[in-house]
Design a protein around this ligand. Structure first.
Ligand code: ATP
Length: 492
C-alpha cells in the first residue's frame, strides 16, 4: 500500500527524510536529548528526565486542571498519537472501508496529520485520500468509534480535503455527583468573585465572578438542557445578599413565569410577559442611569454592593421572547435597552444574565457584549460558535454532543480564558427553591414585586405603564396584588 502522494520513488533515504520533515517536534526533541546526552552525559539527562517526570506527576496530583491545561493535553496528544492512533491507523481505516485506490490499483490511504486532546475528547486531523468526501467518514463514524474504543464520535470539516474526527474517550459526569452548594448563611459568607455553581469535569468547584470576570452571562441551551439549574444556582449563591437587600433581582420570565415564577416573592421586580418585561427593562435602565449620574456627581467610580447601591442583577429567561418573537416595537426598544444595560452599568452594579434556546444573531445580536458565555446542550453544531465565539467548537467545545441525559452540563467560556471549560451546574429541586425563597424573604428586605394587574375597567395591563393619578381612590383599591412605589422608597 502507498499513501496519497503518488508519483515519487520511495527510496529508504527519502522515506526517512520525509518522516523527519513531517515530524519536526519529535525530531527536535530527539535531537535535543541526543545532543544533551553527548555534551552533558547520559546520566545527567536521565536525572533531568526523572526530575521532570516527578515534577509533572506532583503538579498533576496537586492541580489536575492547570496541569492538563498547560502540559497534560500536549503530552497526552503526543502519547496517544504514537501509542494508539498512528499505530492502529492503517488497520482501522482499511477495516472501516476508508482506503481507496487509483487508476493503477494503488491504494490511497487517508493521512493522520495531527492529534489534539482535551480531558474528554481526542481530535484527529485527517487529510482525506483522493476521491473521498467528508460524508464517507460520516457514514463510518460508529465503526471508527468502535475501533478506537471511543464512547462517541463526530466529524468536522476543517478545510477542503481536511477533516477532524473527534472521539469522546470518557464522560466524567457519569460518575460524578454534583452536590448542591450549601446556602451561604450571611452576607460576609458570600464572595461575589467566587459564586459556586457546580463542578468542572475535573471535579473541582466551578465559580462565577460577578465582580470582574463574569459580569454579564449568556446561557444557551435547547429545551430541557438545564438552563434553569444555572439560573437558580446563581440566585442560591447570592441568597444572603438578596435577603439583606444588597442584591436586587429584576427577573423577566416572558413564558408566563413558568421557570422562575416560583421566586417572585424574592424578586425586586418580576415580569411574566413580553410587555411587562419591556417595562421592567425600562425601569432597570432608568434606575441604573440615575445611579450612574448620582455616583458620577459624587466622584465614586466603583460602587460596592450595599443597600444604598445594591447590585442590580437582571435575569431574563428565554431572551427570544423579548428580542425576536414579539411585536416589533417591543423588540426594537428591548434591543436598545439591553445593549445599554450591557455596556454602561458595570461600575454602578448592573449585571445581566440572559438565557436563550437559540443563540442566533436575530435573538442575540449583542452576543459580543456578554463577557461570559455558557453553552449547554444545543440543537446544532453551528450554535456552539454562535454562543461561545468563533472557533470554540474546534477547540473542543462539543456542546451539540452533550447527551440529553446530562442536563446542566455546559461549556463555559469567559473573555479571560482561551479554551472553554466543561462544567455541570448543581440541580435545585422544587424544595431547594422553596427553601431559597423562604430564606431570602424572611427579613422582609426584598422590595415587593410588581406584576400585571386588572384595572377597574376590566383591562389587564402593566402597572409600569399605568398613570394611577387618573384613578379615584376607591378604584385603586380594586386593583389587586399591586404594591407600589412607596414601599420601594421605604426599602431603599
Ligand atoms: N444540573 C442538573 N443536574 C441534573 N439534572 C438536571 C440539571 N438541570 C436540569 N436537570 C433536569 O433536566 C430537566 C430540565 O431542566 P430545565 O427545566 O432547567 O431545562 P431548561 O433548559 O430550562 O428547559 P426549558 O428551556 O424548556 O425551560 C429538569 O427537570 C431536571 O430533571
Amino acid at each position: 500500500m502507498r499513501d496519497t502522494r503518488v508519483g515519487t520513488e520511495r527510496t529508504p533515504a527519502r522515506v526517512v527524510g520525509g518522516w523527519m520533515l513531517r515530524h519536526p517536534r519529535t525530531m527536535g526533541s530527539t535531537t535535543a536529548v541526543g545532543t544533551a546526552g553527548v555534551t552533558l552525559g547520559y546520566q545527567t539527562v536521565l536525572w533531568a528526565a526523572g526530575i521532570a517526570v516527578l515534577a509533572g506527576a506532583s503538579w498533576r496530583l496537586l492541580d489536575a486542571p492547570t496541569f492538563d491545561r498547560f502540559a497534560g493535553r500536549l503530552v497526552r496528544a503526543w502519547w496517544r498519537r504514537w501509542a494508539i492512533y498512528q499505530r492502529q491507523w492503517m488497520r482501522v481505516v482499511a477495516s472501516c472501508g476508508l482506503v481507496t485506490s487509483d487508476h493503477r490499483g494503488d491504494s490511497l490511504v487517508p493521512k493522520l496529520v495531527a492529534v489534539r486532546s482535551n480531558w474528554v475528547w481526542d481530535s484527529l486531523h485527517i487529510r482525506m485520500a483522493k476521491g473521498q468526501e467528508p460524508e464517507d467518514y460520516g457514514q463510518a463514524l460508529d465503526r471508527l468509534a468502535n475501533s478506537f474504543k471511543a464512547q462517541a464520535a463526530s466529524m468536522r470539516i476543517l478545510k477542503p480535503g481536511k477533516i477532524a474526527l473527534d472521539f469522546q474517550r470518557r464522560e466524567p459526569f457519569n460518575e460524578m455527583v454534583i452536590p448542591l452548594p450549601a446556602m451561604p448563611e450571611s452576607v460576609d459568607a458570600v464572595d461575589l468573585r467566587k459564586l459556586e455553581i457546580g463542578r468542572t469535569e475535573f471535579g473541582r468547584p466551578f465559580h462565577l465572578d460577578l465582580v470582574k470576570r463574569d459580569i454579564h452571562v449568556l446561557l444557551a441551551g435547547e429545551t430541557g438542557a438545564g438552563k434553569g439549574s444555572w439560573l437558580w444556582g446563581i440566585q442560591r449563591a447570592l441568597a444572603p445578599m438578596i435577603r439583606a437587600g444588597h442584591v436586587r433581582l429584576w427577573v423577566i420570565d416572558p413564558k408566563g413565569g413558568m421557570e422562575l415564577g416560583g421566586g417572585r416573592e424574592m424578586y425586586h421586580r418580576f415580569a411574566d410577559s413580553d410587555r411587562a418585561g419591556l417595562a421592567l427593562m425600562r425601569e432597570y435602565v432608568q434606575t441604573l442611569d440615575e445611579r450612574k449620574f448620582e455616583l458620577g456627581r459624587q466622584g465614586i467610580r466603583d460602587a460596592s454592593p450595599s443597600r444604598e447601591t445594591p447590585l442590580d442583577v437582571l435575569i431574563c429567561d428565554e431572551l427570544a421572547a423579548m428580542t425576536a418573537y414579539t411585536d416589533r416595537d417591543i423588540r426594537m426598544e428591548f434591543h436598545q435597552l439591553l445593549s445599554k444595560g450591557l455596556t454602561q452599568f458595570r461600575a454602578v452594579g448592573g449585571r445581566i444574565i440572559a438565557a436563550t434556546q437559540e443563540p442566533t444573531k436575530d435573538v442575540v445580536p449583542m452576543r459580543g457584549l456578554f463577557p461570559t458565555k455558557i453553552a449547554l446542550r444545543v440543537d446544532s453544531a453551528s450554535y456552539v460558535d454562535m454562543c461561545l465565539g468563533e472557533g470554540m467548537r474546534d477547540l473542543g467545545a462539543f456542546a451539540d454532543k452533550i447527551p440529553a441525559y446530562l442536563a446542566g452540563v455546559a461549556y463555559a467560556k469567559n473573555d479571560g480564558r482561551k479554551e472553554p471549560q466543561r462544567v455541570r451546574a448543581a440541580f435545585s429541586t422544587d424544595d431547594d427553591i422553596a427553601e431559597l425563597v423562604a430564606f431570602c424573604t424572611e427579613l422582609n428586605n426584598v422590595t415587593p414585586i410588581r406584576k400585571e394587574v386588572e384595572l377597574p375597567d376590566g383591562t389587564v395591563t402593566n402597572p409600569y405603564e399605568v398613570d394611577f393619578e387618573e384613578f379615584e381612590d376607591d378604584e385603586l383599591e380594586e386593583i389587586e396584588h399591586f404594591e407600589g412605589d412607596e414601599d420601594d422608597e421605604e426599602i431603599a
